[in-house]
Design a protein around this ligand. Structure first.
Ligand code: ATP
Ligand code: MG
Length: 269
């Protein structure tokens, strides 16, 4: 049993158990860049912090049907998905309820497969999303495992800081474990270096280490440290809307292009 392969849809989990490395920023802005290219995109906020929801203008009072309802089988993805201000970009929002999912799912034998099952529901064939991006929490908990079991592939944001590569081996072990138990075809689309500062030796060093150790798995595009990227969420819009010509916007457009190339190669293979 593998994730839904009946359509051309590509399901990608954005994961790294390290906090604050740019998972949510990448999910939102990669999603917006894919949508700008005319792709139909659904973001699933699988983090109880709900940062992707907030960053796309879905405030607490607008989160009636959420990822928690989807995992607990109370709602379908189609019920939970809502439009954002960005054309072609929908979101399933998250609330803090999701943090109790870990405990509540404890003895359910199907606990790792809940998101995959929900994504198989025919309802989401309209509007027939091309990309489904899942924003994971900073942990390798059951929520992240649900994302990895449901996905075709994962993107790993890696902050261009000291210790960036630490923890990556643990993440890769989890990927292996998911491959062995539930999702043999799970791929890593790529590792994205984030908050890159080319004037900082440390960024250069992290990039060199990453490319030396992981080769082509590292995206050619690096995401620069850019203040516009950190400002955009407080206006509840992606940086592509907030400042379309910013370095952050340009970088996420380039990353989207690489993701399109890498995921369509996968389909052809
Ligand atoms: P968490 O693990 O808490 O979910 P995360 O991995 O999702 O965090 P983000 O929320 O995307 O990380 O980013 C952490 C902080 O860094 C945020 O304040 C964000 O605005 C900022 N940030 C992310 N990427 C960049 C960037 N390229 N340039 C400047 N600031 C950035
Ligand atoms: Mg986040």
């Amino acid at each position: 049993m593998t994730p839904d392969n009946t359509s051309n849809r590509s399901i990608i989990a954005v994961a790294n158990q390290k906090g604050g490395v740019g998972k949510t920023t990448t999910t939102i802005n990669l999603g917006a860049a894919l949508a700008e290219q005319g792709k139909r995109v659904l973001l699933i906020d699988l983090d109880p912090q709900g940062n992707a929801s907030t960053g796309l203008g879905v405030g607490q009072d607008m989160r009636e049907i959420t990822a928690y309802d989807v995992l607990s089988g109370e709602a379908s993805i189609a019920d939970a998905a809502q439009n954002t201000t960005v054309e072609n970009l929908d979101i399933v929002p998250a609330t803090t309820d999701l943090s109790s999912a870990d405990i509540e799912l404890g003895d359910n034998p199907n606990r790792s497969f809940l998101l995959r099952e929900a994504l198989k529901d025919d309802d989401i064939d309209s509007p027939n999303y091309d990309y489904i991006l899942i924003d994971c929490p900073p942990s390798l908990n059951i929520l992240t495992v649900n994302a990895m079991v449901a996905a075709h592939s994962i993107i790993v944001p890696l902050q261009s800081e000291f210790f960036a590569l630490e923890g990556l081996s643990q993440l890769i072990l989890t990927v292996r474990d998911v491959r062995q138990t539930a999702n043999p075809d799970l791929k890593i689309v790529g590792i994205a270096l984030t908050m890159y500062d080319q004037r900082n030796n440390l960024s250069l060093q992290v990039e060199e280490d990453a490319r030396e150790n992981m080769g082509d798995m590292v995206f050619k595009t690096v995401i620069p440290r850019n203040v516009r990227l950190s400002e955009a969420p407080s206006f509840a819009i992606p940086v592509l809307t907030y400042d379309s010509q910013s370095k952050g916007s340009t970088a996420y457009r380039a990353l989207a292009q690489e993701v399109i190339e890498r995921t369509s190669q996968k389909k052809a293979a």
